[in-house]
Design a protein around this ligand. Structure first.
Ligand code: ZN
Length: 141
């Protein structure tokens, strides 16, 4: 089983398409009625503050908290995967399947938190399901 740090890095680079060697470390500044990154010039409105954090904080805690883990689910959905998060009464399980191949299931070890299971299953699915989406990889970040 991987540590969460390793999982977070793998998810960032393999699934989210983030080059961790090129992460901006700029500070946030006021720019007209919005914000701007002083290092790279990226700007936005205060309503889109997530975009600022998204470009400076990496890897996010995908395997640590459900809000970031959900971004991984959303990304897998863009690639055509369906997710099943199931509670059998004893333990949760997280399984991804690709809509072009509903027989192949990618399931994570259940002895982990749900966010960590989402990450582990997502990595398995992303690697294992490549044939179905290799032509259609969306651009990210
Ligand atoms: Zn920046």
């Amino acid at each position: 089983m991987e540590t969460n740090d390793e999982l977070n890095k793998q998810v960032a680079e393999k699934i989210m398409g983030i080059d961790l060697s090129k992460i901006c470390e700029g500070d946030l500044g006021e720019y007209y009625d919005g914000w701007m990154c002083f290092a790279c010039g990226k700007s936005g409105s205060w309503g889109e503050i997530d975009e600022y954090w998204n470009h400076t904080i990496h890897p996010r805690g995908y395997s640590d908290n459900i809000a970031d883990a959900w971004k991984v689910i959303n990304k897998l959905q863009e690639f055509g995967f369906l997710v099943d998060i199931f509670d059998d009464g004893c333990a949760w399980s997280v399984t991804f399947v690709h809509m072009d191949d509903l027989d192949t299931k990618y399931t994570a070890d259940w002895r982990q938190s749900i966010p960590a299971q989402i990450c582990e299953a997502a990595l398995k699915a992303f690697e294992g399901g490549k044939e179905h989406y290799a032509e259609a990889q969306p651009q990210s970040v």
